[in-house]
Design a protein around this ligand. Sequence first.
Ligand code: NOJ
Length: 535
Amino acid sequence: MNSSPWWKEATIYQIYPRSFFDSNSDGEGDLPGITSKLDYVKSLGVDAIWLSPFYTSPNKDGGYDVANPRDVDPRFGNLEDARELITQAHKRDLRVIADIVPNHFSDQHEWFQAALKSKRGSKERERFHFYDANEDGTPPNNWISLFGGPSWTQVEDGQFYLHLFDSTQPDLNWENPEVNADFEKTLRFWIDLGVDGFRIDVAHGLIKEDVLTNHPDPQGLSNALRLDVAMDSEERNALLLTVPYFDRQGVHEIYRKWRKLFDSYTGREIMAVAEAWVHPPVNATRYVRADELHQVFNFDLLTAEFNSDVLFDVVERSISLNATVNALPTWALSNHDSPRVASRIGDEQARALALFVFGLPGSAYVFAGQELGLPDGQLQDSDRQDPTFFRTNGAIKGRDGARVPLPWSGDTTPFGFSTAKPWLPISQSWKDLTIENELADPKSSLHLYKNALELRKEFLVGAGGITWLESSQHGHKNDSLLSYSRGSITVVMNLSDSAKECDAAGKLIIVSGGTVDARDGKKVIPARSTAWFLT
Ligand code: NOJ
């Protein structure tokens, strides 16, 4: 079956370029490295790749600190390499999504350097958020950066500039038309080079309001906004309703303009997906109205417990909220900002959840390495590079664990990723998790992903909505089971630690782990496993 437009029910493979494959032996992945592995990517059965930033950057925040958004950082190659990557991806019928970072630039961007050299009130400073200090010399407000520490840094003449992230990532002032014009230039630049879409970083953050007002609990709010800080979900949700710098109405005007720009490329089907972590969840649907963006990330599965009620709620809410704007949901179990799913909920559970999610309507995002069942890398503090670690004086370990390079082949670290020392160490304990090894093992996580994605394409893409068969709200006979049917497929997940019987009809076509038995006309689903049946 086919889905049109291409992105609607695509499977999108997220590549963190620095960690994918090193082609020039400097210990860091690069664009030619990705190009050389596109056959592997294609063999997974995905439809598109999303490339985390590879633009000119001092790399203080893994490239999300962009010094020139219309060029490639030498560590990743050059513009010719980007063009070649896109060409080779297209030859294999893989679409390419670039990651655009409109909330902030790097402090090394020429605009910020010019702002530093200019006077308060100058047009150079008006591209950012520069304010005078309070009378007592303190910063304009008490906001805390999402990476810890104050959201403000003082410059030589006493003014402060706002940075929601690291001090090297000054926030842009989107009330300034020059900023909009510059980003439109950047969007066109990459579309003209061939990209098929954009992932929009911090899409909900561009417009700031009440910049001179203090928040009642700035530390709590900053923790609530971080996926790597554990917090009671009620407390988190209550705090998230109070964010003063996200999800202001003005952001939607920006995306309406961008949508017109995308649609002006007739015949290209340029798409954009918003990284917009907003509360209450209904607000996320505003980003995917017909005249705005095409998709919005649903982050709930990055933190959800492996529990049938929790997962039912997440799935049901996401499908029904998106339906109100005639959109389909997106699903992601891991990304470069959160602990890897196999570490967070367990290896078997991660496979079961992936197979459960691949059956659902909408787009599935897979973070490179997830298909191997990689856990988080075990790192020493001396290895860490995430600004979060430094800005919290080590109190928060940060996101490096999810960013450890991929193990490709061989028995010894760095497992073919590079011939040099990799930028983050790859543990010898990953010996059995290399792509080479998993390709040779039909029971591996890699084969599960490949088989599941093939079956998803064959039976489920374009197959319409789901009908719940088992959940706490639908004929629940067993609170360890979650089950739905879609098209000709019935999906059953057993979340418990023991095998469970179910009534699913049809022929077993895939199981995430263990063996499905038949007993008294019923199917017995193994512990912590998902099975698909074809009727
Ligand atoms: C979200 C990105 O995914 C993350 O890696 C980055 O640190 C922040 N935005 C700031 O750009």
